[in-house]
Ligand binder design. Structure first.
Ligand SMILES: Cc1ncc(COP(=O)(O)O)c(C=O)c1O
Length: 444
């Protein structure tokens, strides 16, 4: 039997940071008795097995209603499908209604979740080892992992209470250039960032697009949570404000439908001229990368999601109103429980930010909140969470934890925060000087 040592494998495989996605999703399984604030798993109270076949049939009906011949429907669903997908026209309709994003179906690629959209976009845009990805920090672990898999250097731009400061993005781009690199693209989640819950204000969105033009940056806009804003507080996406073709929009059905479908999409309407002079969209051009990652997205998943879209007349914003209310109730329950257990002026050393929506908030605690602390919390106090160090790109967040409240009912949230308060009271405090030095800005 040949034995391998880690050094023989690609560094992304042995890098402990690459384990965070698995750790976050498996914490609930490892500690089944703990109340889990550790992941961003969506609410599953309305998952009904009957819907899987219902929506598939609904999609088949949708195709029949459009006059697609029976033999073609059968071929579309059973055979290898078109690489860029079956439901681009449905997604384009949805984007027009929900987000004011007006693109042709040819500008849409259906992907295996956000994750594949990120891999495809990065693969296409990053051409040399000098190319650097700028990213909001703290950031969703999936983007760091995708960049690492492709050997793309990533540079964090620390966010503040209102998300990314566009001038900090410009400064980071210039710093990369001064070091001999090429800042190629910027990744961010303008609406309810994971992990911090921040929302980028409208004027900053406009300014960021100007900076992208000035600094010659593409913008990778990731928007899984934008539908879950409070009534009247919805922000225009960067893509809908983008008049210069700077933004690639990365979508996911993980939260607006369900994550088991593993379905997302990439919107890339930029025009690309090939060697023969043929002009195609960037999404069509990148289909070579998509073909080599996954050949095509599951036709079954596309049928279910296509049926879900057709059933709701491609208006997911209306279709997810009740779901949004569920998440907002959970956010409010978390904030209320925190205020009860850690009253203002109390000697607890705990503070937190107050997002207006989304699935997450960040708590500052008076000790190092690492994985060992999380395991102690889950094992001895029955409550799990995520260390913020997993999300910081430059070593920050040591005394911060991410609370994901999306998959806990309000009563469980009350109990979970009570347990968390006991864990925090039980954990010896570190004086700021005894704690390792933070290297990036605060998130709260
Ligand atoms: C910021 C962010 N982007 C994307 C996703 C969804 O990714 P996928 O479609 O690969 O499940 C998540 C899910 O947690 C997320 O938090």
């Amino acid at each position: 039997m040949t034995t391998l040592t880690g050094e023989l494998l690609h560094p992304s495989i042995t890098d402990p940071e690459m384990d965070s996605m698995r750790l976050l999703s498996e914490t609930a399984l490892r500690f089944p008795d703990a109340l889990s604030f550790s992941s961003g798993a969506p609410y599953d109270g309305n998952h009904d097995l009957a819907n899987l076949s219902y929506y598939t049939d609904r999609y088949i009906k949708h195709l029949r209603d459009k006059g697609v011949p029976e033999a073609r429907i059968s071929r579309l669903l059973f055979q290898y499908g078109p690489v860029n997908g079956l439901i681009q026209d449905d997604v384009a309709l949805m984007l027009r209604q929900d987000e004011g994003i007006d693109v042709a179906p040819e500008a849409v690629m259906i992907t295996h979740g956000f994750q594949e959209a990120a891999l495809v976009a990065l693969r296409g845009l990053f051409t040399s080892p000098r190319d650097v990805l700028l990213s909001v920090s703290p950031a969703y672990v999936g983007i760091r992992g995708a960049a690492r898999m492709l050997d793309i250097p990533i540079r964090g731009v620390p966010e503040g209470p209102d998300g990314l400061d566009p001038d900090a993005v410009a400064a980071a781009a210039r710093a990369v250039r001064a070091e001999g690199g090429r800042p190629t693209a910027l990744y961010l989640v303008p609406d309810f960032n994971n992990p911090s819950g921040t929302v980028l204000p409208l004027d900053a969105r406009r300014r960021l697009l100007e900076i992208a033009e000035e600094e010659d940056l593409f913008v990778l806009e990731d928007n899984p949570y934008g539908l879950f804003a409070r009534e009247g507080e919805t922000m225009p996406t960067l893509k809908s404000l983008d008049t210069r073709g700077r933004v690639l929009y990365l979508g996911s059905f993980a939260k607006s439908a369900f994550p088991g479908a593993r379905l997302g999409y990439l919107v890339a309407d930029q025009e690309v001229t090939d060697a023969s002079g043929t002009v195609r969209t960037l999404a069509q051009t990148l289909s070579k990368a998509k073909a080599m990652y996954s050949v095509g997205s599951s036709t079954l998943s596309q049928a279910v999601i296509g049926g879900y879209l057709a059933e709701h007349r491609h208006d997911l914003r209306s279709a997810t109103r009740e779901l949004a209310a569920v998440y907002l109730e959970r956010l409010d329950a978390t904030l209320a429980a925190l205020a009860r257990h850690f009253p203002p002026g109390g000697d607890h050393g705990v503070s937190w930010n107050t997002p207006r929506g989304g699935f997450f908030l960040v708590l500052k605690v008076p000790f190092t909140a690492d994985l060992a602390a999380m395991e102690r919390s889950a094992r001895d106090h029955g409550v799990s969470w995520a260390p913020m160090t997993m999300f910081h790109l430059d070593g920050g967040g040591r005394r911060e934890i991410r609370l994901g409240f999306s998959n806990l009912a309000p009563e469980a949230i009350d109990e979970g925060i009570a347990r968390l308060a006991r864990f925090i009271a039980d954990t010896p405090r570190e004086t700021p000087r005894s704690a390792p030095r933070e290297t990036t800005g605060d998130t709260v």
